[in-house]
Design a protein around this ligand. Structure first.
Ligand code: NAD
Length: 259
């Protein structure tokens, strides 16, 4: 149980982050949501499953902006007493060859998918160390472990996030704070839907066939990973049983990186 703990999940108005936020609230953690779009319905969804008086908050920080991240961490400290479980999940994607890759997209992907996790981590650690308990989960990707063409910024950022995970784990190794990375393969969320639609258009096939091709190309299981399966792994990282799991980059990918 996570009763009395406060969790902050970045990018939790949608997809994987929302599933993780729900799972943490179901275990009794108060949850701070973050992200763009329809945050009211995300807040409602998480509030409905929250147990044991857990509260649900929201901060609309743009994770590409250092000052916004700092303001969100101040909100977490003032309104919730600080962050015990930090899930760095916000992320975006852009697909293009290196020579065509828009520089502004490179900068945005590095800022959101990597640098924001440095800022949240450095601002959350003093509270976690003072309490001698904390859990940091970085939502990386199989692309933190292996590469795919046309994803230079994403692969660079996710490899960087796995590196940050290891350093954070070493610097907290003698404390009750752990840091680990989650490395999902294909998960059907809006981020991947955009890639399926692009593939359908490029290859002149329908959505179902484009989805089948996308998964078959990388994932030997032929099955998508689900956001709720990933959320269960986050719960394991937060558990007592997970307290000596430190600095791992744990892939849940239908066999993608076993090849
Ligand atoms: P998604 O598009 O459904 O959700 C992304 C979330 O991040 C949304 O809540 C969005 O509002 C938020 N976000 C985007 N830019 C932001 C910004 N500047 N500031 C604050 N919030 C911002 O995507 P998803 O598939 O759920 O992805 C979540 C994480 O999982 C990402 O880091 C992604 O790289 C990673 N991931 C996804 C897959 C997959 O197959 N879907 C696979 C591996 C890793």
């Amino acid at each position: 149980m996570l009763a009395g703990k406060v969790a902050l999940v970045t990018g939790s108005t949608s997809g994987i982050g929302l599933a993780i936020a729900r799972a943490l609230a179901e275990k009794g953690a108060s949850v701070i949501l973050n992200g763009f779009g329809d945050f009211e319905s995300a807040k409602r969804e998480v509030s409905e499953v929250a147990r044991g008086g857990a509260r649900v908050g929201y901060h609309g920080a743009d994770m590409s902006r250092e000052h916004d991240v700092a303001a969100m961490m101040t909100y977490a400290a003032q309104e919730f007493g600080g962050v015990d479980v930090l899930v760095n999940n916000a992320g975006i994607q852009h697909v293009a060859k290196i020579e065509d890759f828009p520089v502004d997209k490179w900068n945005a992907i590095l800022a959101i998918n990597l640098t924001s996790a440095f800022h949240t981590t450095r601002l959350a650690l003093p509270h976690m160390k003072a309490k001698n308990w904390g859990r940091i989960v970085n939502v990386a990707s199989v692309h933190g472990l292996v590469a795919s063409a046309e994803k230079s910024a994403y692969v660079a950022a996710k490899h960087g996030l796995v590196g940050l995970t290891k350093v954070t784990a070493l610097e907290t190794a003698k404390t009750g704070v752990t840091c680990n990375a989650l490395c999902p393969g294909w998960v059907l969320t809006p981020l991947v839907e955009a890639q399926i639609k692009a593939r359908a258009e490029n290859e002149g096939v329908d959505y179902t066939e484009a989805k089948r091709r996308l998964v078959a190309e990388k994932q030997p299981s032929g099955e998508l990973v689900t956001a709720s399966q990933l959320a269960e792994l986050v719960l394991f990282f937060t558990s007592e049983a997970g307290s000596q799991v430190r600095g791992v980059a744990w892939n849940m990918d239908g066999g993608w990186v076993a090849q």
